[in-house]
Design a protein around this ligand. Structure first.
Ligand code: HAM
Length: 422
C-alpha cells in the first residue's frame, strides 16, 4: 500500500531530502520567530469547510474551484470540501467570531495542508502545505509592503537568495470590467486554445495567464490592464513599489500577472526563484478588499500571501542552505543486565522530569551495539550501568564524540548530570 498519488510522508529520515521532518521543523521555527517579530498571530481552521465557502470565496470560474477541489457529501448529505487554500477559511472564521469587534486591524498567519486535485509533478502535489498570512482591516498600501517584507524576512532567515518579486495591479472592479471588454474585442475567440475559449466567456482576464504558445502570440500587442487603471490604483501600486524599494526589495512589474483566484483587487504579486515569472512560484498573494463582504461579513479590506512549503524546502536544498539534522538528545542510558535495566528505566524518568533529553534501548543488546545506536542517534553522552556500577553507585559517563569517560554517581543523577553539562 502506498500513500495516495500526489501525497507524501514526512519522516525522520527520508530518501527524499525535503521530506525529512527536521527540515519542516526548521522552517516552522523560523516562521514562529518571524511572526513574533512582526506581530502576526496564529489562526488554525478546519481542514474541510462547506463547499459553498470556496465557490463564493475563491470563485466559480477559477481552476481551483472548477477543476481541482476535493468535494464530497458527508453522511448528512451536505457538500464539504477539503480546503484548497485558506484565505476563504480565514474570512469565514473572521465573520463567525466577529473579529472586527475585537480589534480594528488583524495580522494573522497559518501553516497547514491544502488540497488540490491537480496533475502531480515536481513542486506540485495534491496535498501540499502553505504558510500564509492575512492582514485584515486597512487599505493602506504600507500593509501590502509589510506583508511582502514579512515573506522575504522568512526566506532570509532560512538562508534563501536569488528570489524575484513580480508585482502588478488588477485595479478595481470597474477597471477589470473595462479591460475584459477591450481584451474580448481584441482577441479572436475562434483562434484561442480550448481553455482560453472557455475563459473568454467566464474569466477573460485569466487568458493572460495562458501558457499556450498560440494564445501567447495572440496576446502580443493586446491591451494591458495598466491602461485601464484608475489614478488611485496606479498610486497604490507605485506607493507599494517605492516602499518595497526602501526596504531593499526590488519589484518588477509584470503586466500580465493576474493570479488564479478571483478575489483579488489592486496589488497582486508572486515570488519565484527563477528569472521569469515561472510556473513554480514559491509565493503568491495580493489584496482582496471585497472578499469579506462577498462572504456576508463586514466591508473590510484585506491583503495576504501564501508560500508553498514544499517548494521553499526544495529551493533550500537546491541552494545548499538546508541545515543538517541536529539531535537534541543528551544522554543514552545503557543497562548491562536485568537489575541495571530496572534502575535505568527509573533513571530515565528522573532525567525527563528534570528536562534532560534522554533515551534508552530496552532490548538488552551488547554494549558495542548500544553505543552504536547512541552514536547514530547523535546522543552526546552514554551512561553505562552494569552490575559493578550498580554495586558501587558510580556509573560510567562516556562522551561519545571524544570517547572520554568519567565516573559519576547515579544517585541523584539529574543534579550530577546538570553539573557536568554546565
Ligand atoms: P496560490 O497562488 O494558489 O495562492 O498558492 C500559493 C502558493 O502555494 C503557490 O505560490 C505555491 O508555492 C503553493 N502551491 C499552490 N498549489 C500548489 C500545489 N499543488 N503543490 C505545491 N505547492 C502549491 C493562494 O493559495 C492564496 N490563498 C494566497 C493568498 C493569501 N492570497 C491572499 N492571501
Amino acid at each position: 500500500m502506498t500513500s495516495p498519488k500526489g501525497t507524501f510522508d514526512i519522516l525522520p529520515s527520508s530518501d527524499e531530502p525535503w521530506q525529512q521532518s527536521h527540515l519542516w521543523r526548521f522552517f516552522e521555527e523560523k516562521v514562529y520567530s518571524a511572526a513574533d517579530l512582526y506581530g502576526f498571530e496564529e489562526i488554525r481552521t478546519p481542514l474541510f469547510e462547506r463547499t459553498e465557502l470556496f465557490t463564493r470565496g475563491v470563485g466559480d470560474s477559477s481552476d481551483i474551484v472548477s477543476k481541482e477541489m476535493y468535494t464530497f457529501d458527508d453522511k448528512g448529505g451536505r457538500s464539504m470540501t477539503l480546503r484548497p487554500e485558506m484565505t476563504a477559511s480565514v474570512m469565514r472564521a473572521f465573520i463567525e467570531h466577529r473579529l472586527d469587534q475585537k480589534a480594528s486591524l488583524h495580522r494573522l498567519f497559518y501553516m497547514g495542508p491544502m488540497f488540490r486535485y491537480d496533475r502531480p509533478q515536481a513542486g506540485r502535489y495534491r496535498q501540499f502545505h502553505q504558510l500564509g498570512v492575512e492582514i485584515i482591516g486597512s487599505k493602506n498600501p504600507l500593509y501590502d509592503v509589510e506583508m511582502i517584507d514579512f515573506a522575504f524576512s522568512i526566506y532570509e532567515k532560512l538562508g534563501l537568495s536569488h528570489l524575484h518579486l513580480f508585482i502588478n495591479s488588477v485595479g478595481d472592479p470597474a477597471a477589470r470590467k473595462a479591460f475584459s471588454a477591450a481584451l474580448k474585442e481584441y482577441l479572436p475567440e475562434e483562434r484561442l486554445s480550448e481553455d482560453s475559449k472557455k475563459r473568454y466567456h467566464t474569466n477573460t482576464l485569466r487568458i493572460l495567464d495562458s501558457k499556450d504558445p498560440q494564445d501567447q502570440a495572440l496576446l502580443e500587442g493586446a491591451p494591458t490592464l495598466a491602461d485601464f487603471l484608475s489614478s488611485a490604483s496606479q498610486d497604490h501600486l507605485q506607493t507599494v513599489i517605492a516602499h518595497l524599494k526602501e526596504l531593499g526589495h526590488t519589484a518588477t512589474i509584470h503586466p500580465r500577472l493576474v493570479r488564479g483566484l478571483d478575489y483579488y483587487n489592486e496589488t497582486v504579486f508572486e515570488i519565484t526563484g527563477g528569472g521569469e515569472q515561472a510556473q513554480n512560484a514559491i509565493c503568491g498573494g495580493g489584496r482582496y478588499d471585497g472578499l469579506l463582504k462577498t462572504l456576508g461579513g463586514p466591508d473590510l479590506p484585506g491583503v495576504g500571501f501564501a508560500t508553498g512549503i514544499e517548494r521553499v524546502l526544495q529551493m533550500l536544498l537546491a541552494q545548499n542552505k538546508a541545515p543538517l539534522k541536529k539531535t537534541l538528545m543528551t544522554v543514552f542510558l545503557i543497562a548491562l543486565g536485568d537489575s541495571s535495566k530496572e534502575l535505568c528505566f527509573k533513571l530515565l524518568k528522573e532525567l525527563h522530569s528534570h528536562d534532560i533529553a534522554a533515551t534508552m534501548d530496552y532490548s538488552g543488546k551488547k554494549i558495542k551495539d548500544q553505543l552504536k545506536i547512541a552514536s547514530d542517534r547523535g546522543c552526546r553522552y552514554a551512561l553505562i550501568i552494569g552490575d559493578e556500577e550498580l554495586a558501587s553507585g558510580l556509573a560510567e559517563l562516556k562522551e561519545l564524540a571524544t570517547r572520554e569517560s568519567q565516573k559519576i554517581s547515579w544517585k541523584n543523577l539529574a543534579a550530577v548530570l546538570k553539573g557536568v553539562l554546565s
